[in-house]
Ligand binder design. Structure first.
Ligand SMILES: NC(=O)c1ccc[n+]([C@@H]2O[C@H](COP(=O)([O-])OP(=O)(O)OC[C@H]3O[C@@H](n4cnc5c(N)ncnc54)[C@H](O)[C@@H]3O)[C@@H](O)[C@H]2O)c1
Length: 278
């Protein structure tokens, strides 16, 4: 094997990539990893102004983002996003089902215990974090099956792998759901040359949950829950995104990758920190 070949396996030059939630945080960082590698990105987001700002910034760097307003909770909107990608680029090689929200809170926050958890909020979180991923998988499969090729990457969470007291009931359930959805889709789509994998991030400093800037005191509980004792910068997702998008991961499908500073290797918080017990 020629010396340059292992590195060439990470190449995404010329790839046609769709990213949901591309205006911010992990979606934006993963989109940047693709664009910097020479891919063209079609970004979908409910935040149209945010998408336009990314597109304008990228233009200065010679990268290409096609911004498309998209609400992943709406199947037709997601199908329009993929239709736009096919119309502009002729196909889709990689799809990131990434958009997500954390509108709910963990049960230690007043009003979010199981008996009072707002049912309305449960449905809203499901509509984006669970249904949104299903819609994106459906739309991606519709384009990729006839191509007999593709890689789909779902953004799950460590909260989908285990209980996490700081995370809401809706969020935790949706994230567990997308992990099995990933495996089931991998099962069906393997025969069509399409790989489907999930990433399970731990705490990253993004705008999730309405955060604008992360203050040291906001970071503290998350830092304590991570072996590396810090939160991550969104750019730290990029290596894994490149791996799963490119042929570096050609034998990987149906897998779930924690990227969490060791959070899932740590045992859970002591039970007494969860409040009074009878
Ligand atoms: N930040 C973390 O610590 C963390 C940890 C685990 C998993 N995640 C997951 O990562 C993904 C990205 O979140 P983030 O942390 O980058 O947050 P973020 O808020 O910075 O970015 C999320 C993006 O998704 C968009 N979005 C929200 N609802 C949408 C919808 N209905 N349709 C289309 N776009 C929509 C937002 O406008 C935003 O641009 C989510 O699925 C989230 O659950 C984040």
């Amino acid at each position: 094997m020629a010396e340059h070949e292992p590195r060439a396996r990470w190449d995404v030059e010329g790839y046609r990539v769709v990213v949901t939630g591309a205006a911010s945080g992990l979606g934006r960082a993963m989109a940047e990893a693709m664009a910097a590698g020479g891919a063209t990105v079609v970004g979908g987001d409910v935040d149209q102004a945010g998408l336009e700002a990314v597109a304008a910034e990228w233009q200065q760097r010679g990268w290409r983002l096609i911004p498309v307003p998209c609400d992943v909770a709406d199947l037709e909107s997601v199908q329009r996003l993929f239709d736009r990608a096919v119309e502009a680029l002729g196909g889709v090689d990689v799809a990131f089902a990434n958009a997500g929200v954390a509108w709910d809170r963990g049960f230690l926050t007043p009003g979010f215990g199981i008996e009072e958890f707002p049912i309305e909020l449960w449905h809203r979180v499901m509509s984006v974090n669970l249904h949104g991923v299903f819609h994106t998988l459906k739309a991606a499969a519709r384009v990729m099956k006839p191509q007999r090729r593709g890689s789909i990457i779902v953004t799950a969470s460590t909260a989908g792998l285990r209980s996490e007291p700081m995370v809401g009931y809706g969020y935790i359930t949706a994230k567990a759901g997308v992990i099995n959805l990933t495996k089931q889709a991998a099962l069906e789509l393997a025969g069509y040359g399409i790989r489907v994998n999930a990433i399970a991030p731990g705490p990253f400093k993004t705008h999730i949950g309405g955060h604008q800037a992360w203050k040291p005191e906001d970071e503290e509980p998350w830092r304590d829950a991570v072996l590396l004792q810090r939160m991550a910068d969104p750019s730290e997702i990029q290596g894994l995104a490149l791996f799963l998008a490119s042929s570096a991961s050609s034998f990987v499908t149906g897998a779930v990758f924690p990227i969490d500073g060791g959070a899932t290797a740590l045992s859970q918080l002591p039970a007494r920190s969860l409040g009074p017990r009878t």
